[in-house]
Each structure stands twice: as C-alpha cells, then as structure tokens.
Design a protein around this ligand. Structure first.
Ligand SMILES: *[C@@H]1O[C@H](CO)[C@@H](O)[C@H](O)[C@H]1NC(C)=O
Length: 280
C-alpha cells in the first residue's frame, strides 16, 4: 500500500531519472574512451579509424623529447627588485588595438561640396551599411554636414590634392585598424554586398591594388591604373608601403585626375599595376 503510493508519487519523475542515469553512464563511457591509456584497445581502434586524430597527434607531439618524462611542477618565485623602477604597462585604449585585431573594410567616398547633400547622402543610405565604416572626403568645408555622416574636409578642392590627403589620412588614422580600404566616388555604382563578401575571402597582408584597370591615355606601357569611377580596393600593406612616397608623388606627378595620379604613384614607386582579378 505504502509502496504503491510512493511509486505513484515517483512516476512523473521516472523519465527524468531514467534519462539522467542513462546520460551519466553514457558520459562515463565516453570518458573511458577519450581519456583512457594509449593501450586501451578500444581507443586505439577508434584512433586508427581516424576518429581521434587530433588526440593521437597531440600524444605523438608529447612523446618525442622532453614530453617522455613525467612533468615535474616547479615553483617559480616572484621577486620584486626594489632597486628597479616599477615599469608601468602601457595599455592601448581599445583591446582590439592591443591584440592586433582589425576590421575588414573601411570605405572612403570622395565627394564634393556640391554633391555632399545629394549623391553622398544617397551612398550613405544605400550602401554604407555594408561597410564597417564609411567616411566622406571633401575639399572645402561644407556649411552643412548631413546628419549621421562622417565628413572629412581637407580645405583644398583640387582633386589630386583631395586624393593625396585622403590616402594620407586613411593611412595615418586607420592604417592599423582595417585590412582593406575601398576608395570610391559619390557617383560610383557599387555592389557593396558582393564587395564586402569578396573582401571577406581575401587574405590580409598582401599588397593589392584592385579595381577596374584602365590604360593611361597615350601610354604605351602595360601598367594600368584603377579607374576611380568604379571604385577600387587598397590593402593595408600597400597603403603602408605607399605612405613614404606620397609627398614625392604629389610634387612630381602631374595629373589632373586623382585616380590616374594614384595609379601612377603606385606603379612608379611600388611597381604594382591595377588588378582586375585576383587568385585568392
Ligand atoms: C547615414 O547613415 C546613418 C547610419 O545608417 C544614419 O543614421 C544617418 O541618418 C544617415 N544620414 C543621412 C543624411 O541619411
């Protein structure tokens, strides 16, 4: 009588208890497979089958050399030398700077005072959300900066100067924060989604100057520049290598078109031509 009441009380919890005990025994089984000795035939069989490849590799690594002996723990005492001045650890402002983690893509859009409130705003509304950050570069200061847009004014309206200042600015302020820089005009038609996807597949750390390659007018040479109207990508390392030459380029290269000027500078000083396709 009492037993049956007890059981009736117990019944709802029965599946739970069963499940728990089954889970426990299964996990115990797993422990003996994955943590057992090497001579454990079961573990070895599985390892041969390739199931625990990682573990075998780890063991092999440990077997050669010092790993053979039993590891003896040792206490390393911490002495603070009172004669030495206390070294202050300099922390960067953001943890990702300290760890060297960079974002993928920053977009720089070259705009002008006349089109800032029209084309640039359209860029901001249609494609800017595909990039981690978008900056708008313009020559002269604009009386009215559209809401929610970062506009960087350089104070000189000549297109080549704007390009020079833009590239310099990108390198100086964001050269260590981003892997890729997209330079485009405010009237550039962009498939921004595809672009940011492409950038996600490119490996960082290579010099890359990629976009729509165009020949120089009247030029016999094979080297091409990336046409600004289509936008182009510059890699972080290219930007870093280009930086020391920018002033020379600004003074020596005569061009009225900013994209040609930059192309000339990259071709002459880094020996790189605009690429349309790239093998990842
Ligand atoms: C530009 O984009 C930002 C972010 O999407 C938005 O907050 C802002 O209102 C936009 N500005 C204009 C002028 O459309």
């Amino acid at each position: 009588m009492r037993l049956s009441t007890f059981l009736a009380l117990f019944r709802p919890a029965l599946p739970l208890i069963l499940g728990l005990s089954l889970g426990c025994s299964l996990s115990l089984l797993m422990v003996s497979w994955t943590q057992g000795d090497t001579d454990d035939p079961c573990g070895d069989e599985l390892a041969k089958g390739g199931l625990f490849l990682g573990r075998r590799d780890a063991q092999r690594g440990g077997r050669d050399g010092a790993g053979e002996e039993d590891f003896q723990p040792r206490i390393v005492p911490y002495h603070k030398d009172p004669n030495k001045p206390h070294k202050k650890v300099l922390r960067t402002r953001y943890i990702h700077t300290e760890l060297g983690i960079r974002e993928r893509l920053l977009a720089g859009v070259l705009t002008s005072r006349a089109t800032l409130s029209t084309l640039a705003v359209a860029v901001n509304r249609t494609v800017a959300h595909h990039f981690h950050r978008t900056f708008f570069f313009t020559g002269l200061r604009s009386p009215k900066v559209p809401h929610g847009m970062t506009v960087i004014a350089h104070g000189d309206d000549r297109p080549v100067w704007l390009m020079y200042e833009t590239v310099r600015h990108l390198h100086q302020h964001y050269g260590s924060e981003y892997d890729w820089f997209l330079l485009a005009q405010d009237d550039t038609y962009m498939q921004a989604g595809r672009l940011s996807e492409l950038v996600g597949h490119l490996s960082a750390g290579q010099d890359l100057y990629m976009g729509r390659a165009e020949e120089f007018i009247g030029g016999e040479e094979k080297a091409r520049y990336c046409h600004g109207g289509y936008g182009y990508l510059l890699s972080r390392s290219l930007l870093a290598r280009l930086q020391p030459h920018l002033d020379t380029c600004r003074n020596d290269i005569l061009s009225v078109r900013p994209d040609e000027w930059l192309g000339r500078c990259i071709i002459d000083y880094l020996g790189l031509s605009c690429m349309e396709v790239h093998q990842v």
